[in-house]
Design a protein around this ligand. Structure first.
Ligand code: FES
Length: 66
């Protein structure tokens, strides 16, 4: 599903950026060489960041999943 229309970023791409080490919205955009345009995607990207952080926190073997 597209989460950022301005930059054509999907939730899968955002999750990929987070798995590669992006930790905030700026780093997510930077991972794809783009930047925030209108900001409407910010809440969704922040939600994906929170989801990623809570999943990482709950995983007792974080390296085994990668
Ligand atoms: S929808 Fe992401 S910057 Fe506009």
């Amino acid at each position: 599903m597209y989460v950022c229309i301005c930059n054509s970023l999907t939730d899968r791409q955002v999750r990929s950026a987070l798995a590669s080490g992006a930790r905030n919205t700026r780093q997510v955009y930077g991972h794809f060489g783009c930047s925030c345009v209108c900001g409407k995607c910010m809440p969704m990207i922040r939600s994906l960041i929170s989801e990623h952080e809570s999943t990482a926190r709950d995983d007792p073997f974080p390296l085994a999943a990668e």
